[in-house]
Design a protein around this ligand. Structure first.
Ligand SMILES: [Zn+2]
Ligand SMILES: [Zn+2]
Length: 348
């Protein structure tokens, strides 16, 4: 079978390897398609602290269960051959304090599919039985490329559950990648009065403008976004700000454009070195700002995400800008680097 192997940071290659066999406590899945996540790009080109090299990246996949191990069957797991599933990538340990409190996505010992376990940039993937804790059955009517969007949409649903958007809010989203695009879609669904999207690349701003005509776009290399926000809000600022990029400059900008009593959601991680950007504590205090973090998604977020996608409430047609065969992984990575793509789905 064909697979993308990352032998070490900076070295991704297409390889032909034997099709894996299904052990007695495992599932064998036939992958149909897998979207490329920003995290995959990080694993391939910068390194990721959770990745164990060599690794097959990819967690945003849709696959059909081809075989179920004997022991798994005996235990009566709720997934069977021919079920088509998507999954959230972190398999929880079930024993740590977070797992016991129900915060499975915050498990401190989780095993990541596409990080420590092989992921979906492959024709087949074998996963341990515990992976079923993270499976979700894909509705039969659902488009398979749309299904690959379950995980990123669920993460955005999770973020916006931490910082709910009310009708009439002005929302500033910093970062016009696929995640920024999904946040725009959700903000629109929640009735935001205004969505102002900031990025440094015209191509990506243009792609999202086409997706969501209500969005006001600002290229921060040419115009100070805070001017645009203050003009649009008559000097009040934005009630909600979402940081959806890994640029250190996003944090000071977020506090500058946030309204008094407003909220800032840290949706993205920052690269090493930038993560210790000093907090402007007096601004947080005197302007009564709420600073929120969000990571991953819960089962409920994932279910909501599938419902949103099944109901076509999110315009995936424009978020998925490219559909390419797995063989074109290098072209796909290049497209992402150039800023000419939002979401790329690799098909097996
Ligand atoms: Zn992802
Ligand atoms: Zn745990």
């Amino acid at each position: 079978m064909r697979v993308v192997q990352v032998t070490r940071v900076g070295e991704a290659k297409l390889a032909d390897v034997p099709k894996p066999r299904c052990g007695e406590d495992e599932y064998l899945l036939k992958v149909h398609a897998c979207a490329i996540c920003g995290t995959d790009v990080k694993i391939i080109s910068q390194g990721h602290k959770l990745a164990r090299y060599p690794v097959v990246p990819g967690h945003e996949f849709v696959a059909t269960i081809e075989a179920v191990g004997k022991k798994v069957k005996e235990q009566g797991y709720p997934f069977a051959e021919n079920d088509t599933v998507v999954m959230s990538p972190g398999i929880p340990c079930g024993r740590c304090v977070e797992c016991l409190c129900g915060h499975l996505h915050l498990c401190r010992n989780k095993t990541g599919v596409g990080f420590q376990l092989p992921g979906g940039f492959a024709e087949y993937v074998v996963l341990p039985e515990q992976a079923a804790l993270c499976f979700l059955r894909v509705p039969e009517s659902m488009d398979l490329d749309d299904a690959t969007m379950m995980e990123p949409v669920a993460c955005c649903v999770h973020g916006q559950s931490k910082m709910p958007i009310s009708p009439l809010d002005t929302v500033v989203i910093i970062g016009a990648g696929a995640i920024g695009a999904i946040h725009c879609e959700l903000a629109r669904l929640f009735g935001a009065a205004r969505i102002i999207l900031v990025d440094i690349l015209d191509t990506r701003l243009g792609l999202i403008e086409k997706l969501n005509g209500a969005v006001i776009t600002v290229n921060s290399t040419r115009r100070d976004p805070s001017e645009v926000v203050m003009e649009a809000t008559k000097g009040a600022g934005a009630e909600k700000v979402i940081i959806a990029c890994a640029a250190a400059a996003a944090y000071p900008l977020a506090t500058k454009v946030c309204a008094r009593d407003g909220s800032i959601l840290f949706f993205s991680g920052f690269p090493p070195g930038a993560e210790r950007a000093p907090l402007d504590i007096n601004t947080i205090h005197y302007e009564q700002l709420q600073i929120l973090g969000s990571f991953g998604s819960t089962r409920m977020d994932q279910k909501r995400s599938l419902d949103l996608l099944e109901g076509k409430r999110i315009n995936t047609e424009r978020i998925i800008t490219h559909r390419m065969p797995l063989d074109q992984i290098h072209e796909a990575l290049e497209l992402i680097r150039s800023g000419d793509a939002l979401k790329i789905v690799l098909r097996m």
